[in-house]
Design a binder for this molecule. Structure first.
Ligand SMILES: [Zn+2]
Length: 454
């Protein structure tokens, strides 16, 4: 059989509990539901990091975030590169990136034949920078007046929307040579959640500026949201989920209607979830390793289709590249930490042996590691190393009660995995100190609008 094509779709910040197969009420993801009904659905996939920079080294290089000098700044060239392995073995490799954190500047083009940084080029209205300007932008009258004089007062969009990304991929597919490996990243469910349609009215633009201020107050100013604001943010988020689902549905239909692409494996996965005030923050401000952040949706449609399979066992995004390499018949580079997931749908589930996952928050001055089994989660924090916490995910799925005192043997066993990761981080740290350079002003502005910096 000829080698399959691969389409890897990563969706930033998509909470696991927003997918149709986890919701008791109406589904907001009909296209992903349909994909799951004909593919391999993982109901308990765990990511390797609490935000983009910590989550992608495990997903794309199958190494832990804290290895090779950590995950801040550009991706270390010392990490193994499954993408290079695919390119060296005859795959036409192309990447579409929509965030500065996964751009060429951060080394994510490594190994790809073609790589596109899809930037918006948008700039905020000048009024934002003048004294009192932000207050004016929070008022509807300002936007009504601006419309009248023909002045654009929308906040600069920090990323390209999914319809644009799908158009770009579709255009690329029309001339694609097989076998290909395409990675496309979608940002629509990442803050700010405002879709273009909602920014057309003056009321919508005023809300958008008010929401930016509210988010800043919650995450940096010690404020909170009232119930109405919280509900509005959830509704905006869910609208974004519907939008990205519809656009990915458009892409899937294109692949399904052309027999030339029948032999294509499609993977849809998220890098991390989003906190809706469960730990007093909104977003993914790194320090949270609870399930609203580290549990992610993951679905694989196998090449040439297959019998649908539902895998309820815990798996890791760390396992994705080993799985892709195996299905593509590519040799596995040395040093990958994950395992292939193929035994889980080919009748040999015992050959998949990972019974814990690792999720990290890594900074120059602090390090957190969550080790999760299907029953327990152990969270170790370098700043509070004497006080790790242990949660029973079955009796306490919201992770509110620390049971370490009741279960010391389980805590000790999971701590061995923490020591293993710390040791791997230690032995792979480069001898010369890693330089974490300042980002350029345009990138810094994009990161601020995405909520990463104050
Ligand atoms: Zn992310």
């Amino acid at each position: 059989m000829s080698r399959p094509n691969v389409l890897l779709v990563t969706i930033d910040t998509l909470r696991w509990d927003k997918l149709g197969w986890h919701r008791a009420n109406e589904s907001i993801t009909p296209n992903l539901d349909r994909m799951a009904e004909g593919g391999v659905l993982f109901t308990q996939a765990i990511t390797g990091g609490s935000w983009t920079q910590a989550a992608f080294p495990p997903m794309l290089t199958s190494t832990y975030a804290s290895m090779f000098g950590g995950c801040l700044g550009p991706l270390s060239p010392s990490r193994p590169s499954p993408i290079e392995a695919l390119s060296a073995n005859g795959f036409h490799t192309t990447g579409f990136s929509t965030t500065p954190l996964l751009s060429k500047a951060y080394g994510y083009d490594r190994g790809f034949h073609k790589f596109y940084d899809l930037e918006t080029g948008d700039r905020d209205p000048v009024i934002r920078r003048i004294k009192g300007g932000q207050t004016l932008l929070r008022k509807t009258i300002t936007h009504t007046f601006s419309d009248w004089i023909g002045f654009d007062t929308r906040p600069a969009r920090p990323y390209q929307p999914a319809d644009h990304v799908v158009d770009r991929i579709s255009g690329w597919l029309d001339d694609a040579e097989c076998p290909f490996f395409v990675w496309a990243h979608f940002m629509d469910t990442h803050w700010p959640y405002h879709l273009d349609a909602s920014l057309k009215s003056s009321v919508g633009r005023a809300w958008a500026w008010q929401d930016l201020a509210a988010m800043h107050r919650v995450n940096w100013g010690g404020g909170s949201l009232d119930d109405a604001q919280r509900q509005r943010f959830v509704e905006l988020y869910e609208e974004s989920v519907r939008f990205v689902d519809a656009q990915i549905g458009r892409l899937l239909r294109k692949l399904e209607t052309d027999p030339a692409w029948a032999n294509t494996m499609v993977i849809v996965v998220s890098d991390h979830g989003e906190e809706f005030l469960e730990r007093e923050h909104w977003g993914h401000v790194e320090i949270n390793l609870h399930d609203e952040i580290i549990r992610v949706p993951m679905v694989i449609r196998l090449p040439r289709g297959s019998v649908p399979v539902r895998v309820d066992r815990q798996v890791r995004t760390l396992d994705l590249m080993p799985t892709i390499l195996e299905i593509c018949g590519c040799p596995r580079p040395d040093g990958l930490q994950g395992e292939s997931l193929t035994p889980l749908w080919s009748g040999n589930p015992d050959l998949y042996t990972a019974d814990t996952s690792v999720s990290e928050r890594w900074r120059l001055d602090s390090h957190m590691i969550a080790v999760r089994s299907e029953r327990y989660k152990y969270i170790w924090d370098s700043k509070k190393s004497g006080q790790p916490t242990l949660y029973d995910l079955i009796s306490d799925p919201e992770e509110l009660v620390d049971v370490k005192r009741d279960c010391p043997a389980i805590a000790d066993e999971l701590h061995m995995q923490v020591e293993h990761v710390l040791n791997l981080a230690d032995v792979t740290t480069p001898q010369v100190e890693v330089q974490h350079e300042e980002v350029d002003p345009a990138t810094e502005a994009r990161l601020r609008d995405l909520g990463y910096i104050e």
